[in-house]
Design a protein around this ligand. Structure first.
Ligand SMILES: NC(=O)c1ccc[n+]([C@@H]2O[C@H](COP(=O)([O-])OP(=O)(O)OC[C@H]3O[C@@H](n4cnc5c(N)ncnc54)[C@H](OP(=O)(O)O)[C@@H]3O)[C@@H](O)[C@H]2O)c1
Length: 248
């Protein structure tokens, strides 16, 4: 199916693959030949539709549920994979509730840090024995780590932590030939970013983007596809901007 069989025989785990960017990443990696674990939380039907779309195109996929905001969510995800070897892990699941510095409560802080930073940290730790030498870990960050959006007062620090973790893991896992990178989207038209879906607001955002439009999930998925491929083997510890040059 699709682009080819470069990832044939490999298993890719994509968190938050029921919708948006994660869905596009799952479809892209499956098109490249990988079997895909389509992780989801609340979107069971949506995840089943992603699995069906992959199967319908001749690929292989299965759905995997875990609430990464819950204390035992990471354990559920890791348990769901059993002893399967994982070649590619994409930590994509995320939440971005609008919270200014003055608004955020300790509970808000814990949840946003929990899903966006704690979960990727412990997913990698939990999958250390599963991750295949020579594999890939790709963390989905945000351009909010380099440009200030006041309503991202907890989200941006969480993603900044994810970028720091990316470098820590690049050194830690480099000994095993595993590359670890972050991909940092700008405004991308998904449920999370309804503004980028509104034609009037999207046109305003587009004026801040060098390439003159908002991103689509496939724009991000193709960068992940590159990093996951053999061609990405010499890139590690990097934060790859995926914004079309937004707010340069
Ligand atoms: N869209 C943008 O403009 C933008 C910009 C920069 C960075 N990003 C980042 O890109 C990634 C994907 O974002 P998106 O725009 O595709 O978001 P989205 O459309 O809102 O989708 C979020 C995904 O994360 C999953 N998720 C949410 N809470 C979860 C939880 N507690 N446990 C497990 N999974 C959970 C959802 O699963 P269910 O639906 O099954 O619950 C869904 O699959 C995120 O890390 C986000 O921070 C997005």
């Amino acid at each position: 199916m699709g682009a080819g069989a470069g990832l044939s025989g490999k298993l890719a785990v994509v968190t938050g693959a029921s919708r948006g960017i994660g869905r596009a990443i799952a479809l892209r990696l499956a098109a490249d030949g990988a079997e895909v674990a389509v992780h989801y939380n609340a979107g069971a039907e949506a995840a089943a539709a992603v699995v069906a779309a992959i199967a319908g195109a001749g690929g292989r996929a299965f759905a995997l549920q875990a609430d990464l905001g819950a204390p035992d969510g990471v354990d559920a995800l890791v348990a769901g994979l059993g002893s399967r070897a994982v070649d590619i892990l994409v930590n994509n699941a995320g939440i971005s509730p609008k919270l200014t510095f003055g608004q955020a409560s300790p509970a808000d802080f814990d949840l946003v840090i929990g899903v966006n930073l704690r979960a990727p940290f412990f997913i990698v730790q939990g999958l250390l024995a599963n991750l295949r030498d020579g594999g890939r870990v790709i963390n989905i960050s945000s351009m909010g780590t380099r440009a200030v959006y006041p309503a991202m007062a907890v989200y941006a620090p969480a993603k900044a932590g994810l970028e720091a973790l990316t470098r820590i893991l690049a050194v830690e896992l480099g000994k095993r030939g595993i590359t670890v990178n972050a991909v940092s989207p700008g405004a991308t038209a998904t449920d999370m970013n309804e503004r980028a879906r509104d034609p009037v607001i999207a046109a305003q955002i587009a004026q801040t983007v060098a390439l003159g439009r908002v991103g689509q999930p496939e724009d991000i998925a193709d960068i992940v596809g590159l990093l996951a491929s053999e061609d990405g083997r010499w890139i590690t510890g990097q934060v790859i901007d995926a914004s079309g040059g937004q707010r340069l």
